[in-house]
Ligand binder design. Structure first.
Ligand code: GCU
Length: 607
């Protein structure tokens, strides 16, 4: 009891220090890190018994948290002491990785689960700071180190970090993380989605070391207005960051620029360069960019390109581009569950390129950073999406703030990636006043944070002037986007494939148009008449007829059919056909290509 009393007293003093999430550190990908990946102990806690006392009060907000609080990782001090948990006697979960695909008993689990990782730590530098960085954790995450709360993060697909400089020790650290993947009406996404609710520490966890006064954030891109001007800002973090020298160099362009930060530790710059080899699909040139301050240097690989619209065209480096795309969910093609690795990204993007794609729509939430870093290298354009999906609680201010936070973290992580050209605000949301206000505000936020990229959202189609044979986009949010995108399922949810031959489109907006989804389900290997639903022939016929229909809509500048690979969804329960999988993939869950794959491949070859 003595030991836990001391911890409790220490906690009492420190728990009000209000540890909160540290501003996101940019480009952890290239920094000095110590991986915490591997086996973690875990406790499944559906009643959150390790978080609340019997009066349902959170232990971590009590002045004297009981030893039964899991985040204390308590051990009995005597044979008589009562303790009813012990992390070290529990089983292991692998991090990174969702829990659903690792343990049969967790396949459908939606609730709280605790992870514990013990580790020793020897800093690699004399002076400096240490942070714990999570690439993603779905959905609500509470983090504790050595019995002290670091903070909370909400959102399942974006990175976050906490400073642990004054808490981490040389030996016997214990990092305890509570992850709760319960779906919430006020959540982002909300209760209903058409994908599996994979829970847990789904991506890498690592310690990041920085200088005492370090390079916290930077944004370095080609000016949207002048393709001979590289612009950006750099923000330092520390106690001595004002009026500090910062040097930006891009050796490949013969650039070395000395800057001085302002009172707040920030500086912005414009550098003229008339010898830039622009990043493009055919030639995805990435320049080594170095940012150096007194105590540290950070390097990144950045491509310089412009992306803008002109009337109904999308211009990449002022040349019209047709987006030959495919939609992708973040599931591993190599094993069951959420994708997270470089190998997962390699396989998915290799299939996309085999299809003939120059563009991918990463649906319906931010994917892992390997996908966008690899797209940068391969010359593949990317649509990234905030999980504002279907029936969000539009009137709830906390829901809006949550959506904005997740979008902010996505933009912060990927704003230096040339491949990313579109930020998508939402998918298939209803045209009602509260949603319009919500998305307009989110769009203004995105534009203010990054004015170098295009804004879109997957909207829905409707009959034109009440005529079901003529379709149109009649949605006030169409005025806010740079690229008008919509999903349509004529031939699957809306009649049969032959209906495509009886539909015309009227697009009244003078904007580029993307068909962000179309598709049909097919069980790979099920063959038969093209009018028999679920056969490969049905899906193949749908693609043939839809591609013909889309070809008649002159404003269409690209497509991202639904979807590259079959994916798990609790909504899809048709026995012997779906069995818990959405079968609209062009490739089956075991990597077999369906007939429609080759229809789309041929269409792209002829674009
Ligand atoms: C919708 C939605 C997807 C869903 C798909 C389908 O358009 O955007 O998330 O999986 O249709 O019904 O298969």
């Amino acid at each position: 009891m003595k030991n836990s009393l001391i911890i409790s007293l220490a906690f009492m003093v420190l728990s009000f220090s209000g540890f909160s999430q540290t501003e996101l550190i940019t480009n952890v990908y290239n920094r000095s890190t110590t991986s915490l990946n591997g086996s973690w102990k875990y406790i499944v806690d559906p009643y959150e018994n390790g978080y609340y006392n019997y009066r349902y009060e959170p232990f971590d907000q009590q002045e004297t948290p009981w030893a039964s609080a899991f985040f204390l990782n308590s051990k009995p001090n005597s044979p008589s002491e009562l303790l009813e948990y012990d992390f070290d006697g529990m089983g292991d979960l692998k991090v990174p990785g969702d829990w659903n695909s690792q343990k049969q008993e967790l396949f459908y689990y939606e609730g709280s689960l605790w992870y514990k990782k013990s580790f020793d730590f020897t800093p690699s530098r004399e002076e400096g700071r240490v942070f714990v960085y999570f690439e993603a954790s779905n959905y609500k995450t509470e983090v504790y180190l050595n019995g002290r709360k670091l903070g909370t993060h909400i959102g399942g697909f974006t990175p976050f970090n906490f400073e642990i400089t004054d808490i981490v020790k040389a030996r016997d650290n214990f990092l305890v993380v509570k992850v709760d993947n319960k779906r919430l009406k006020e959540g982002v996404p909300t209760l209903n989605t058409d994908w599996w609710n994979y829970g847990g520490l789904t991506r890498d966890v690592k310690l990041v070391e920085t200088a005492s006064n370090f390079i916290q954030d930077y944004f370095i891109q080609l000016s949207p207005e002048n393709d001979k001007k590289i612009q950006g800002y750099i923000t330092l973090n520390g106690n001595n960051v004002s009026h500090e020298k910062v040097q930006v160099s891009i050796p490949g362009l013969g650039i070395k620029k000395d800057l001085i930060t302002d009172d707040n530790g920030s500086t912005s710059f414009e550098i003229t360069a008339d010898n830039i080899n622009y990043w493009s699909i055919e030639n995805p040139v990435l320049y080594e960019v170095s940012i150096r301050v007194k105590e540290e240097e950070v390097t990144d690989q950045i491509g310089f390109r412009t992306i803008r619209t002109k009337g109904t065209q999308i211009l990449l480096n002022d040349r019209p581009v047709y987006l030959k795309g495919i939609s992708i969910h973040e599931e591993s093609p190599l094993r069951d569950g959420r994708g997270y690795s470089k190998e997962d990204a390699e396989q998915l993007l290799q299939w996309a390129q085999e299809l003939g794609c120059n563009y991918v729509r990463l649906a319906h939430y931010p994917h892992n950073e390997h996908m966008v870093r690899l797209a940068d290298k391969k010359g593949i354009l990317v649509w990234e999406e905030n999980p504002v999906y279907w029936t969000i609680s539009w009137d709830n201010q906390d829901t809006y703030q949550n959506a904005e936070n997740q979008l902010s973290e996505l933009i912060d992580r990927d704003k230096n990636r040339a491949s990313v050209i579109i930020w998508s605000m939402a998918n298939e949301t209803p045209n009602v006043p509260a949603r319009n206000e919500f998305l307009n505000k989110l769009t203004e936020f995105a534009k203010a944070k990054d004015d170098t990229r295009l804004i879109s959202a997957a909207l829905e189609q409707k009959d034109y002037q009440g005529n079901p044979s003529i379709r149109t986009i009649d949605d006030p949010f169409a005025e806010m986007v740079d690229v008008l995108s919509f999903n349509q399922y004529i031939g699957w949810y809306d009649g049969l494939p032959e209906k495509c031959e009886r539909i015309t489109w009227v697009i009244e907006q003078d904007k580029p148009v993307l068909v962000s989804e179309f598709g049909a389900g097919a069980k790979q290997g099920l063959n038969g008449d093209k009018n028999s639903r679920w056969t490969e022939e049905f899906q193949e016929d749908l693609y043939i007829k839809t591609l013909e229909l889309i070809g008649k809509v002159e404003k269409v500048q690209g497509i991202s059919p639904w979807i590259l690979v079959d994916f798990r969804s609790p909504r899809r329960v048709l026995p012997k056909i779906q069995d818990g999988w959405n079968r609209k993939g062009l490739i089956s869950d075991d990597g077999q290509k369906k007939k429609a794959f080759f229809i789309l491949q041929e269409f792209y070859e002829n674009q």
